[in-house]
Ligand binder design. Structure first.
Ligand code: URP
Ligand code: ZN
Ligand code: ZN
Length: 472
């Protein structure tokens, strides 16, 4: 069966062209000047006049059902990937977790079981290595054969997922040997723990202290350190969820000397700050995540947008990791575990459905990034970084037909009411954005059209990924 998307403006990371797109089965089969072909015959026709035709979004940082602080992220693979599709994302890469004392492969199998048959869109896996042992290093090789080609380690969360410098360096040496990428959560968790304890002793218990006790220097120092070790080991390094301008400066300096160091940021760091963390009552807990959202007065948000424009940051992901605020019938009052003690607030916030609209709004709508760069940071660079290009991340003959029909004139109001994530608040509640999703097509199947969902669980398939294709 063929589908023709006609009269739209096709946008990739490098091109903007008036073109018709032919989909045959799951793949893009042709791109041609409007009217220069006879593809309409026998095809399902989508008229994209006045609209953009974009590659589906790729969110390379999600945590469905992540265990954290005595509870679990409220979206599972079924609800989370369906919400992603509603938000114009057609691929996610989630994090399988090896907890301390467990085998890496067991953690991987557990995550694969959670995902299998439940996803609305295609998905890959990174592996969190929480316990770098000789056995874990061997299992990193085994995972490469499964298409898991990136491993996340933490300088944060001592006693939980934290690895010391020696363990991090050993994992980096393994990555240099087997061609994988090391992803780092870079914050100095040891120093942060001291600051947290001292804050609590002073009676500073509100959500805002989550950010105050994780100052920019703790992110910048850890980023500097892991860059040094990655350069010594010779592996590609990807620093996740960056929020401090001083930390991104470290990435920029390393890239300038030719190192394969990459960075991502997330919508929350581009839009949210201490005003949100200080919302009345306990509402600031909605915005507690690590790295933290930062003070609006220090210029972090503007700097992050600038670093995206100059390619010192390559990717915008979400770090989607939602926890409920109120009495959710299944998940209960997750964030309230930290009422009276900010250190007990589960870290993470929802975003998988919000990313494409919020980034289009700030980038194209408000003139900070070009339309091509919007596509690059939300789809093309994620695909190249994590070994999915050109199957994913672009519109080209032979690529998967993961396509958005995007209406640049339509508006959308961000709201918990209109969203599909399994969580009871939206971080951008009430924000009106220009640019709205008209249709979402994933591997040739129309998942969203005219505000209706036509997909089903199990539409999404596991993606065995190749290695990093981005060079500086
Ligand atoms: O606050 C966050 N980021 N929660 C998810 C876990 C992580 O560190 O990515
Ligand atoms: Zn992290
Ligand atoms: Zn994360």
């Amino acid at each position: 069966m063929t589908t023709l998307i006609k009269n739209g403006t096709v946008v990739t990371a490098t091109e903007i062209m008036d073109a018709d797109v032919l989909i045959d089965g799951e793949k893009v089969a042709g791109i041609a000047a409007p009217g220069s072909h006879s593809w309409e015959e026998g095809a399902e026709v989508i008229d994209a006049s006045g609209k953009y035709v974009l590659p589906g979004g790729i969110d390379v940082h999600t945590h469905m059902e992540l265990p954290f602080g005595g509870t679990f992220a409220s979206d599972d693979f079924e609800s989370g990937t369906r919400a992603a599709a509603w938000g114009g994302t057609t691929t996610i890469i989630d994090f399988a977790v090896q907890v301390f004392g467990e085998n890496v492969m067991d953690g991987y199998e557990t995550w694969m079981e959670k995902a299998e048959g439940n996803c609305a869109i295609d998905y890959g896996m990174h592996m969190i290595v929480g316990d770098v042992t000789d056995q874990a290093l061997k299992e990193m090789d085994m995972l490469m054969d499964e298409g898991v080609t990136s491993f996340k380690l933490f300088t944060a969360y001592p006693g939980v997922l934290y690895s010391d410098d020696g363990k991090i360096f050993r994992a980096m040496q393994k990555a240099a040997e087997n061609g994988s990428t090391i992803m780092m959560h870079a914050e100095n968790g040891i120093v942060i723990d001291v600051l947290r304890e001292q804050a609590l002793q002073r009676g500073e218990t509100d959500p805002i202290y989550h950010s105050i006790t994780r100052p920019p220097v703790t992110e910048a120092e850890a980023t500097h350190r892991v860059i040094a070790y990655a350069e010594l080991a010779g592996c590609p390094l990807y620093v996740v969820h960056m929020s401090a301008k001083e930390a991104v400066e470290e990435v920029a300096i390393a890239r300038n000397r030719g190192s394969n160091v990459f960075g991502e940021t997330c919508p929350q760091y581009l839009y949210l700050g201490w005003k949100n963390l200080s919302e009345p009552g306990f509402d600031g807990a909605k915005y507690v995540c690590s790295t933290p959202v930062r003070s609006e007065d220090q210029g972090h948000q503007e700097a992050l947008w600038r670093y995206l424009a100059t390619n010192d940051l390559q990717i915008v992901s979400t770090d989607h990791c939602p926890f409920c605020m109120g009495d959710h019938p299944v998940h209960g009052t997750q964030k309230r575990l930290g009422e009276g003690d900010f250190t007990k607030i589960p870290n993470g916030l929802p975003g998988v459905e919000d990313r494409m609209r919020m980034i289009y709004h700030g980038a194209v709508g408000e003139g900070r990034l070009s339309l091509n760069r919007f596509v690059e940071v939300t789809a093309t660079a994620p695909a190249k970084m994590f070994g999915l290009f050109p199957q994913k991340g672009t519109i080209a003959v032979g690529s998967d037909a993961d396509i958005l029909v995007w209406d640049p004139e339509e508006t959308h109001v961000m709201s918990v009411e209109s969203s599909h994530m399994d969580v009871d608040y939206n971080c951008y509640e009430g924000t009106e954005v220009k640019g709205e999703i008209d249709k979402v097509i994933a591997r040739g199947k129309v998942l969203i059209s005219d505000g209706e969902y036509h997909g089903e669980k199990g539409d999404g398939q596991y993606l065995k990924r190749g290695t990093c294709q981005l060079l500086i």
